[in-house]
Design a protein around this ligand. Structure first.
Ligand code: AMP
Ligand code: GLY
Length: 420
């Protein structure tokens, strides 16, 4: 079976590695892919938002299955366009992807169906948002309604910061039309857990839990990024907690989407806060987390392709999805300056990594002289081991084997988890 994977990050590299293990996989294409994928897949130089060109290409090479990694093409309706041509996909259609594409939709969904989440108000007029900001409780969390590369959230601890965030989104339009409308919500405190799940719209199978590290610097300081590292499983997320989340969040969300005529197929990602008042949803994503997936997939025992096909064909209840014991750690090596501006084109060298460690590529590109940096998050070092402590030590043990000018990474991935 020939398969097209859409995306160019560490997540998509992990998907290609996972698919390659399946005996049923034939040719693999990565669109647009990156410098580390060249040995695994044919790279296709088309952008992930060029939907017409993607569909044309998929028809031309007659792929049987398309796996869509990033949020943008899902929210724009790539799956709808491919399915209209009879090409099966892993990923939700446009009506279902709105669960990530609009915070106002997802907050409304939770309110309508009694799913626990932070209290909020939605605004499409800046005057109303500013007058609410005069008296609302602090800290307050301001979120752009639409997609913003994981950067559309501001936690404001002062009135000035709150007003600044509202103005930058609604007046200065730093996130373009994504900030035309905003949500202002209650600040939740607690431990964060990411739970990715496979769902075909009727059955939902959670993957191993994980913990992302979203801030740029050690000690959870600095700006939000797409994610600087992950450990899995998350030791703060007990079996009991999983049962509670299943009953109060996961299944109610699945039913809510069905009832509203938006059945969800693909990976539904629950960003959760374990608060003193119980688990609450911080956000939904309509796709695998990046870098969460890089830490989770090495612990998946069952066949990735079979699971993706079962999701796409509505047969998830008929198959077993199993994970191994043990733990994993993914450390992101980023370009200096990320998530703000950074330089690209720096030479990358990768030496011996040690047993049980792999290097997945994100922002890299192959040029005639070799491998160079081509993005904010450049490489992911992923280690698996029997215990979390060993996995963390192995991942950090490999950092010295990799180099590029300006390399920045967090030194404390897994620290909070090891304190559990
Ligand atoms: P999001 O893009 O919605 O995942 O938000 C990015 C990060 O902001 C989350 O991972 C949390 O760390 C933080 N965050 C978002 N919403 C809240 C909230 N209501 N209370 C506290 N922290 C939040
Ligand atoms: N790592 C967070 C995300 O994928 O949204």
């Amino acid at each position: 079976m020939d398969i097209l994977v859409i995306g160019s990050g560490g997540r998509e590299h992990a998907i290609l590695v996972g698919l390659r293990k399946s005996p049923r996989v034939g040719r693999l294409y990565a669109l647009p892919g990156n410098g580390g994928m060249a040995g695994l897949a044919t790279l296709v130089p088309i952008g992930v938002k060029e939907l017409d060109r993607i569909v044309q290409f998929a028809k031309l090479v007659k792929v049987a299955f398309v796996v869509v990694g990033p949020d943008d093409p899902l929210v724009l309706g790539l799956v709808d366009m491919l399915e209209a041509e009879g090409i099966a996909c892993f990923g939700p259609n446009r009506r279902a992807a709105i669960i990530e594409g609009s915070k106002i939709f997802s907050k409304g969904l939770m309110k309508r169906h009694g799913i626990p989440s932070a209290a909020y108000e939605a605004f499409s007029e800046v005057g109303q948002a500013l007058s609410y900001a005069e008296t609302c409780p602090l800290p307050a969390v301001v979120k752009a309604d639409g997609l913003a590369l994981g950067k559309g959230v501001v936690i404001a601890t002062t009135r000035e910061a709150l007003v600044g965030a509202i103005r930058s989104m609604m007046v200065d339009r730093v996130f373009g039309t994504s900030g035309e409308s905003i949500v202002i919500e209650e600040f939740l405190s607690g431990i964060e857990v990411s739970v990715l799940s496979f769902t075909d719209g009727k059955t939902l199978v959670p993957m191993l839990s994980s913990m992302d590290h979203k801030r740029a610097f050690d000690g959870d300081l600095g700006p939000n990024t797409g994610g600087m590292g992950v450990i899995a499983p998350n030791p703060y997320y007990s079996q009991e907690m999983e049962g509670l989340c299943m009953q109060t969040i996961f299944l109610p969300t699945l039913r809510a989407m069905q009832e509203e005529g938006r059945p969800f197929k693909g990976c539904l990602y629950f960003g959760l806060m374990l608060t003193s008042g119980g688990p609450k949803v911080i956000e939904y994503n309509c796709r695998f987390g990046d870098p969460e997936l890089q830490a989770i997939l090495p612990l998946l025992d069952s066949d990735l392709l079979s699971t993706m096909l079962a999701v796409s064909q509505g047969r998830l209840a008929d198959i077993d999805v199993t994970f191994s014991q043990g733990a994993s750690c993914c450390v992101v090596l980023a370009s200096g300056g990320y998530p703000a501006s950074y330089e690209t084109g720096k030479a990358v060298t990768i030496g011996e990594l040690g047993q049980g460690v792999t290097c997945l590529h994100a922002g890299t590109r192959l040029v005639p002289g070799g491998l160079v940096t081509n993005g904010g998050r450049v490489l992911n070092l992923v280690a698996t081991a029997d215990t979390l402590a060993e996995a963390v030590a192995k991942a950090y043990g490999a950092v010295g084997s990799v180099s590029f000018a300006g390399m920045h990474y967090r030194k404390d991935i897994g620290k909070l988890a090891l304190e559990a």
